[in-house]
Design a binder for this molecule. Structure first.
Ligand SMILES: O=C(O)C(=O)C[C@@H](O)[C@H](O)[C@H](O)COP(=O)(O)O
Length: 369
């Protein structure tokens, strides 16, 4: 097992990465559990495989697990489901000093983390991420949120978990499409700041996607280490550094909004498309050699991820996608900064992008091929 620390002044926490962690959850979390009752939020898909080992571990250590099982899918990141989670935590008499366990992928982690952030003005929570996307990205760094009608993650809080247990054994039961979607966030770390890791992904992507044990663990560890470094430098995305983790997300969130946050386009798939668009747009305005944009597209294609927005069959224009982007949380005094590329491994924040030009670029992309 590897342990990676997220180093925050006075509030550091550990991310454990390894196989079999959930079966020993009581040992790993024990120091944080003050009461016999342990509240766990999960979804029906995850519960089918992972509820039992977690409950068994807790019961055999003398705890009494209490489980709330939600509908799987992005639609659960809503006011309605948030209210349900909060009411349930109140009924379970969760106190500020307690820790709620979030057992699942990005939706469960974001939603449960946000519920924990607002319950009695903040209680503790532990991330037990079971998807590749949650292990390499959303469980680390404390961004918690639900979606609003106006867009993705627009209501939320920075609320750090007390511990993250990334059990790579859970990837065995992850559907292939979810595995590919999570892999988009792995490739993202290479594209934004680590050309060597990008080259590693080009060579080893198929091993990760086929769940080769060493390759998958290495991908998770290296991704978590990259994220932990950036979060430690800029916890609340105020210094320009953490925003780089948002590479592909401004385009991606617009596509998610346009497809109604549905299974038509998973978050990781939207990020893959968004990375391709960010790379192509960077090349269009002369920041990035076109060959590098082609490498990003090729890496996305090779993983079986969507790389062409024309193929989505959207009935909209670039202006409509650009309008979605104006809800982005990075908006600053009416200006939307874009994360663009100078090279693979060298992302930067460009505050001088003309949104009309982005809209024209997107209209052309929607009609391409
Ligand atoms: O942790 C971050 O910072 C990120 O931007 C990572 C993203 O991959 C992640 O999807 C995040 O939740 C998106 O954040 P948002 O601020 O664009 O909602």
């Amino acid at each position: 097992m590897a342990v990676i620390d997220v180093d925050l002044a006075g509030r550091s926490y550990a991310v454990h990465v390894g196989r079999g962690l959930l079966a020993d959850v009581a040992d790993h979390c024990g120091a944080l559990l003050r009461k016999t009752r342990v509240p766990i939020v999960t979804d029906a898909n995850v519960a089918a495989f992972w509820r039992e080992p977690v409950e068994d571990s807790l019961r055999s250590a003398g705890y009494e697990p209490r489980v709330l099982v939600l509908e799987p899918g992005e639609a659960s990141k809503s006011w309605r489901v948030l209210e349900r989670v909060v009411d349930w935590l109140l009924a379970e008499e969760v106190e500020r000093g307690d820790h709620v366990l979030a057992l699942g992928g990005g939706v469960i982690g974001d939603l449960t983390g946000f519920a924990a952030a607002i319950l009695k003005r903040g209680c503790g929570f532990i991330q037990l991420p079971t998807s590749l996307l949650a292990q390499v990205d959303s469980s680390v760094g404390g961004k918690t949120a639900i979606n609003a009608r106006a867009g993705k993650n627009l209501v939320g809080a920075f609320h750090q978990p007390a511990l993250v247990l990334a059990d790579t054994g859970t990837l065995d039961t992850l559907p292939d499409r979810e595995m590919r979607a999570g892999y988009a966030e792995v490739v993202k770390y290479g594209v934004l700041g680590d050309a060597d890791f990008f080259a590693w992904c080009e060579a080893n992507g198929p091993r990760v996607l086929s769940r080769d044990e060493d390759a998958a663990r290495y991908a998770v560890e290296r991704s978590v280490a990259a994220k932990a470094r950036i979060v430690a430098q800029d916890e609340r995305e105020t210094g320009g550094r953490r925003a780089l983790l948002n590479l592909g997300h401004t385009f991606g969130h617009a596509l998610e909004a346009e497809t109604g946050f549905s299974d038509r386009l998973l978050h990781g798939e939207a990020v893959a498309l968004g990375m391709v668009l960010a790379a192509r747009y960077s090349a269009r305005i002369g920041h990035l050699p076109p060959n590098d944009a082609e490498r990003v597209t090729a890496a996305v294609d090779a993983a079986g991820l969507p790389g062409e927005i024309a193929a989505l069959g959207l009935d909209c224009s670039g202006d409509i996608l650009a309008a979605h982007m104006l809800h982005d949380k990075k908006m600053d005094a009416g200006v939307l900064p874009f994360i663009l590329l100078r090279a693979i491994g060298d992302a930067f924040l460009d505050r001088n992008v003309a949104i009309d030009d982005v809209a024209a670029f997107l209209t052309a992309q929607l009609q391409a091929h």
